[in-house]
Design a protein around this ligand. Structure first.
Ligand code: PAF
Length: 280
């Protein structure tokens, strides 16, 4: 695997390649990331990954400074998995050599709800860096995890509206054996919090079963799941049943008419904020 830190080196490595498959990450790689890289191999060649902790997508009170930076260990994992041909690991000066005044502004009806409501500016930061990374790598395909459901949708819509010549591929959320979605932030959980954390996914599964069984009082179902989390020490940002295609709340006709739905959730356990979702 070639590790490059500048856009020039990246372009030199990829000269003449027009079938690259790309996996952008913020590093601190775990099995979930490695599976995205494996998926990427099915969609293009060579596979390019990036590691860049993007300051633009962190709010002033968020964990940018303590976000784990583990480049040497990440490189070891990628070398061992043998799926990635080029790793692009720029520093901030390389990707943001001047203040990033031009930004991608996602539409409010998608970018300011759910995650966007609790993390103002998050999707602007994500969209802007993803556009820049796509411009650096120029892949034919890029792979994103479904765990960040709203992010995946926003990136997809951005690429469609800007008519970028890239296919966005979604990869299923990778989970630990007890159901907890893999995330770089899981390492911040204490032992007791780690034991509690699978409750989030278990509640999503329960809610899904009830919707499938025809339970129509969605607000009551959501409230029961939120209350359960709160009773076990969580601080819930949102836990909601939404339509898959626009992440808006479903009307009765959507539930009866079998519109594809998704349950999305974000909640804090101690100081660690976890997100998850489950398609219905
Ligand atoms: O999902 C992530 O790791 C980040 O939001 C991304 C897509 C790499 C952009 O910084």
């Amino acid at each position: 695997m070639k590790v490059v830190h500048t856009i020039q080196e990246l372009r030199d490595q990829l000269r003449g390649q027009n079938r690259a498959a790309f996996v952008p990450t913020m590093g601190n790689l775990h099995e979930g990331h490695l599976q995205l890289m494996k998926e990427a191999r099915q969609h293009g060649d060579p596979v390019v990954a990036s590691i860049f902790v993007n300051r633009l997508q962190f709010g002033p009170n968020e964990d940018f400074d303590r976000y784990p930076r583990t480049l040497a260990a990440d490189i070891e994992k990628l070398e061992a998995a043998r799926d990635v041909y080029v790793l692009f690991a720029p520093d901030e000066r390389e990707l943001y050599p001047e203040p990033q005044n031009f930004r991608v502004q996602p539409p409010a009806d998608l970018g300011d709800i759910l995650e966007g409501e609790f993390r103002p500016g998050f999707f602007e930061g994500v969209s802007t860096v993803v556009l820049k990374l796509l411009s650096c790598v120029q892949p034919r395909t890029a792979v994103f995890g479904k765990k960040d459901y709203q992010q995946l949708m926003i990136v997809r819509n951005m690429c469609r509206q800007f008519q970028l010549p890239v296919d966005i591929v979604a990869h299923e959320t990778v989970r630990d054996a007890d159901g907890l979605a893999m995330s770089s932030r899981n390492r911040f959980l204490s032992e007791a919090e780690r034991a509690e954390a699978p409750r989030l996914y278990a509640l999503l599964q329960g809610l899904r079963e009830q919707v499938i069984a025809g339970e129509m009082d969605v607000a009551a179902l959501e409230r029961a799941a939120q209350d359960d989390l709160t009773a076990h020490g969580w601080q819930v940002d949102y836990l909601a049943l939404r339509r898959q295609h626009d992440l808006r709340a479903p009307a009765a006709a959507d539930i009866e008419g079998k519109t594809p739905l998704v349950i999305v959730a974000a909640a804090k356990l101690g100081a660690t904020r976890l997100i998850d979702n489950l398609e219905v």
